[in-house]
Design a protein around this ligand. Structure first.
Ligand SMILES: [Zn+2]
Length: 230
């Protein structure tokens, strides 16, 4: 059973709420992260310039309006510690908090201001069963709350991929990734500026596969935002 982070005084005495990054004790109104860690997050400031390193990843691969990541991901760094917490330690509220904080900080940036609809990268159904939540969806929900835009998590679908497929050897890994996303209906997305959200961007292959699945939506424009850039 999970205890509320701020329970009774007795619960706080027995299980004092701790910062998920530095493990120091939290004090009201801190939640999940202490103010010192929030302040020290390794921000990229990528929202300030269009041609930032994340935008460059997609250049020539997919036409985007904007692309940016909020934090630098470094081995052993704070972004890695926090992502580990919400991916493997059952801390969906941390993903929400980080998405919300990102949205509060970038609310006036074009990447957030110009978006109409927020779509999280879907999690593989098998992983979703294991984790019980999609961390990209939690980030998207936090972001949506901060910038007051709707999330549509049911439009983009990730199909079950069978690695035992006999033809699998004919395709390289990239093609396999590319084939797993599809659009359910998409009517609600016509003419919209879609902000695609994920936890981390590295090669951009997963995000590009999602964008490819949505590329034929009439009049749609696309931007990409991630919590971290590795
Ligand atoms: Zn801390």
């Amino acid at each position: 059973m999970k205890l509320k982070r701020y329970g009774s005084d007795l619960l706080d005495f027995i299980y004092p709420p701790l910062c998920l990054a530095c493990e120091q004790r939290l004090y009201f109104p801190e939640e999940d992260l202490c103010f010192a860690c929030l302040h020290d997050l390794p921000r990229t400031d990528f929202e300030r310039y269009i041609e930032n390193p994340v935008f460059q990843i997609f250049k020539g691969r997919f036409p985007l309006q904007h692309a940016a990541a909020w934090l630098h991901f470094e081995k052993g760094g704070m972004a890695q510690v926090l992502m580990h917490q919400f991916k493997y330690k059952d801390q969906p509220q941390l993903a929400f908090l980080l998405g919300k904080t990102l949205g509060e900080e970038w609310r006036e940036a074009p990447i957030c201001r110009e978006a109409d609809i927020i779509i999280p990268v879907p999690l593989h159904p098998r992983k979703r069963r294991k984790r019980a939540y999609n961390q990209a969806e939690k980030i998207a929900e936090g972001l949506a709350k901060a910038i007051d835009k709707p999330v549509m998590a049911d439009q983009l679908i990730r199909q079950v991929y069978k690695s035992s497929q006999t033809k699998a050897h004919r395709f390289n890994r990239w093609q396999q990734v590319k084939s797993v996303f599809s659009l359910k209906h998409g009517d609600a997305l016509h003419g919209k500026h879609i902000l695609l959200v994920d936890d981390v961007v590295t090669t951009g292959a997963t995000l590009e596969a999602c964008l490819s699945a949505m590329k034929d939506i009439p009049g749609a424009r696309f931007s990409v935002i991630t919590l971290a850039y590795a």
